[in-house]
Design a protein around this ligand. Structure first.
Ligand code: NCD
Length: 339
């Protein structure tokens, strides 16, 4: 996948980053009139190869912005974005909120406790209420699978799924695959090994789908009880013994046991999970020196990822967060920004 990076000799990145209008003009030049093929982003399944390319090109540029002292872009001035989060979140909520603000949108956070859903209003009726206020974009996280899709049916504005139950978390998969691409400069044939609580992980739900769409070779390693029924539809490379397979992977993608979704009922103990599926320095040493470790966060430090692994150069957790910020800005701009 050819990623557009501002590397040609005529491009002065420092000058661009000092001049908002010039940066926006360059973003539009790279965009080149392209539009996303989808309206709502509820599942990675809506993505075409062209969408992925456009999102990668835009996120690569916005990453320069994120890492620069420039803080305002004005790309979404006049737009209203509602973060409808019925579940806790740090990275996802803040990146959508701050990303929206950096682009000049009015962003509003709305949590379950403070919403009328706690008084018995249906999610569909909440959607109708927001619809009546003519909001431009709703970003929704919910403990139940299918809620963003339901909202998409009730509302005129686009919906982004920021995690629904055990189902999908599509923006996470996008920037995770972007992070893999950024590191290896290719996706085809890269061996991605997802480790741990795959059953309860909407991150894995989206990542497995997107991996299969982009030529990544998917492998999974988990206790039998933490693998979803039908895992074979995603991959034939199913392992239970991490030590037997970790040296084959280019990317080791660790997951925490998701106790809020009952994961502890599926394993003997957290200590056992950590011993069998935690990434420690012995396992890091078994990995290829070119391989990387990823994790969507929140990390359960010293349980799924050990401190020595978190501190290693091979660990890309912080880069994932930065890329997530850039990718979510790209997504919001491409979904609701004027061309
Ligand atoms: C994930 C989530 O909430 O789906 N976190 C995230 O968004 N980065 C994964 C998790 O909770 O383990």
């Amino acid at each position: 996948m050819a990623q557009e990076k501002p590397q040609n000799e005529t491009l002065d990145l420092t000058a661009l980053l000092a001049d908002t209008e010039a940066f926006i003009a360059y973003l539009n030049k790279v965009r080149n009139g392209r539009k996303l093929s989808f309206y709502d982003f509820v599942s990675v399944e809506v993505l075409t190869a062209e969408d992925v390319q456009l999102l990668f090109d835009t996120a690569a540029l916005l990453k320069f912005f994120v890492e620069s002292p420039m803080k305002k872009l004005g790309l979404l001035r006049g737009k209203s974005i509602i973060n409808l989060f019925f579940e806790n979140s740090t990275r996802t909520r803040i990146s959508f909120e701050l990303g929206g603000k950096h682009m000049g949108a009015d962003t509003i956070n709305f949590s379950a406790k403070s919403s009328s859903v706690s008084k018995g209003e249906t999610i569909g009726d909440t959607g109708k209420t927001l619809n009546a206020m003519k909001t431009d974009l709703v970003i929704c996280r919910n403990a139940e699978a299918g809620v963003p899709l339901l909202l998409a049916k009730e509302m005129e504005c686009p919906i982004i799924n920021a995690g629904d139950g055990w189902h999908e978390h599509p923006s996470q998969a996008l920037f995770d695959v972007f992070t893999i691409y950024e590191h290896f400069r290719k996706l085809e044939g890269i061996k991605l090994l997802i480790v741990g609580d795959i059953l309860h992980s909407r991150v894995a739900g989206s990542l497995m789908r997107l991996a299969n769409m982009t030529g990544i070779e998917l492998m999974v390693c988990a206790p039998q009880t933490l693998l979803p029924d039908g895992i074979e539809q995603f991959t034939d490379h199913i392992y239970y013994d991490l030590d037997a397979v970790i040296d084959e992977a280019d990317v080791v993608y660790s997951l925490r046991p998701q106790s809020e979704r009952n994961a502890l009922k599926y394993i003997p103990s957290l200590r056992e999970y950590s011993k069998m599926y935690g990434i420690n320095k012995t396992r890091l040493a078994k990995m290829k020196s070119t391989s990387i470790v990823m994790h969507p966060g929140p990390v359960m430090r010293d349980l799924d990822l050990m401190t020595e692994v978190l501190e290693s150069e091979q660990c890309k957790v912080d880069q994932q967060v930065t890329n997530g910020f850039a990718m979510r800005m790209a997504l919001m701009w491409l979904m609701i920004g004027e061309i």
